[in-house]
Write a protein that binds this ligand. Structure first.
Ligand code: ATP
Length: 138
């Protein structure tokens, strides 16, 4: 079994003993099984799939750090994470549309950081993707 935890500024948002987890990292998507080698990597916005007892729990995460410790301890330190069924798609679509609108106005006097807007768009796109996939398979 893997001791799995997701920690965000809101606290521990997910904690369980699991069999397998798929995680979006800066070096690509990885699947972690028991006894994985220790690793530290970046998290990128996307979908986390937690496998336990033949069930899969899908979550959206944004940016952060992944740490795999010896003895099958896996920690995701993320800015945000939401379970697929808790994602408000309309809210994410509205937030993405706002960020895209600001991006278009970049060349005017609005001095908003391009990288920050890009990160917002990626975070909302991850939420929308995870929520829609969850709705389709349910
Ligand atoms: P907004 O949609 O109001 O622009 P945001 O994208 O700036 O919000 P974040 O800073 O990413 O929000 O997250 C703030 C909190 O709200 C976090 O706890 C996050 O998990 C939650 N959250 C953000 N968007 C959604 C969503 N679409 N559905 C469910 N929870 C969300």
């Amino acid at each position: 079994m893997i001791t799995f935890k997701i920690v965000t500024p809101d606290g521990v948002t997910y904690e369980d003993n699991i069999e397998k987890v798929t995680i979006p990292t800066g070096a690509g998507q990885i699947t972690v099984l028991e006894n994985h080698a220790p690793l530290v990597s970046t998290l990128v916005p996307g979908e986390v799939l937690v496998h336990k007892d033949g069930q899969v729990v899908a979550l959206a995460i944004s940016t952060g750090i992944l740490e795999i410790r010896p003895d099958s301890e896996v920690y995701l330190l993320a800015d945000t994470s939401e379970r697929a069924e808790h994602i408000d798609i309309e809210r994410a679509e509205a937030a993405r549309a706002r960020a895209e609108e600001m991006m278009k106005r970049q060349d005017s006097d609005l001095n908003i950081d391009f990288a920050r807007l890009q990160a917002m768009i990626e975070r909302e796109t991850a939420r929308i993707g995870v929520a829609k996939r969850y709705r389709n398979v349910k």
